[in-house]
Design a protein around this ligand. Structure first.
Ligand code: ADP
Ligand code: MG
Length: 162
């Protein structure tokens, strides 16, 4: 379902489905030729943000176990010419701490950002192209994906066609 192609609502019935949604996002991701491409992953603990990130990373060819960067806050993965940057800002106390992590250098072309708890980094993060909001439902996990830029809108449109 959609409202003019800018929001996609969907129910995930299992971790596998959430992972596969992440893989689908990766399969139709835009080129990051000119700037970093950014996804904010919103939602409470246990909503499935890391599960989705795992699917995205797997579809980008990252093999092996993907751990949430709960303590390191940031983990980068090489995927051919691209770099996938996975952030988990849950433990960030202040957005200014992001500077010390050196992530500013990663906000450039050929980098894809997956950001858990983006609200903790407000003002210090590159803007989102896509905002994925995950919820913990009683039987399933509703996932709402919204485009925040024209790059994101194209991405969402390709996802809906897939
Ligand atoms: P977050 O990163 O948002 O804190 P995780 O992805 O680490 O969440 O964990 C989600 C947990 O919820 C996992 O233990 C997973 O097995 C469980 N789960 C149950 N149903 C789903 C679903 N539909 N999508 C994602 N995770 C689910
Ligand atoms: Mg997580």
């Amino acid at each position: 379902m959609s409202d003019g192609g800018k929001t996609l609502r969907w129910q995930s019935d299992s971790p596998e489905e959430t992972e596969s949604f992440g893989a689908q996002l990766a399969a139709v991701k835009p080129a990051a030729d000119e700037a970093a491409v950014v996804i904010y992953l919103r939602g409470d603990l246990g909503a499935g943000k890391t599960t989705l990130a795992r699917g995205f990373l797997g579809a980008c060819g990252i093999r092996g176990t993907v751990h949430s960067p709960t303590y390191t806050l940031v983990e980068s993965y090489e995927a051919g010419a691209d770099t996938i940057v996975h952030l988990d800002l849950y433990r960030l106390r202040d957005a200014s701490e992001l500077e010390a992590l050196g992530v500013r250098d990663l906000a450039r072309a050929h980098h894809y950002w997956l950001v858990e708890w983006p609200e903790r980094g407000t003002g210090r993060l590159p803007p989102a192209d896509l905002i994925v909001s995950l919820e913990v439902g009683r039987d399933s996990h509703p996932i709402t994906t919204s485009a925040a830029t024209s790059v994101g809108a194209g991405w969402l449109a390709r996802l809906q066609q897939a």
